[in-house]
Ligand binder design. Sequence first.
Ligand code: PGA
Length: 271
Amino acid sequence: MRVIVAKNAAEVGKRAAGIIAATVNREPSCVLGLATGGTPLDAYRELIRRHKEEGLDFSRVTTFNLDEYVGLPPTHPQSYRYFMQTNLFDHLNIVPANTHVPDGRSLNFETHCRQYEHRIADAGGIDLQLLGVGSDGHIAFNEPGSSLGSRTRLKTLTRETVEANARFFGSIDKVPRLAITMGVGTILETKRCLLLAVGEHKAAAVQATVEGPVSAQVTASALQLHQEVIVILDEAAARRLERRAYYDDVEQAQTLLEEGRFQELGIGNQS
Ligand code: PGA
């Protein structure tokens, strides 16, 4: 994993948006995997700015979201479809039919989940998957104990997740107990992952994700098996990392490489 520590939440968003924008510029018909929650909001704001001010073009981009609450229609203010419309899609030139979020109204779970997986495959797979991490170490709604080979499916939310989300619903009784989520196995098949975390309350989950053993108890730790993961953190979320100094060395070496400063990397000094 490549671990980048940014100064603050706004910088995390800018770095993430820069990587997403570079993907879109390089491959205008790319497939993006998107996430909801508080974490990606700064990145989405920056993408909207780049679209409006710099002409970043989403007209050929396809998106798939990670998850959706079961029981909420797309017009419900807490549904993830509504979140994506208001925080991103409505402000870009993306084709609505090219944006996919699992349907929270579908009660035909198995068929719907299978179709979602087929749609991802038909689109050619996900080029870049944006991810947050829960304070319990979940990615998407793959709660602790989820099979690391799991596919898109129905999932019961943990109490911790329900409580964490109660603030958005006004009362804990209104929080849905079920969600449809991409599986850990689905996420592991994406070509590149971008995991973001901000804040002290994520520090333990981040440490377990990056440095802990691979475990179904911390589903984000499965990303250690992924072919290419970039983790972008603010200082608070990075606080418990034990190998922080090494991650900073890697970033410094990367910068020197990109700037062609080979001598400072010990290249070409030997006679
Ligand atoms: P958050 O959620 O971005 O709102 O912190 C992340 C998650 O639970 O996956």
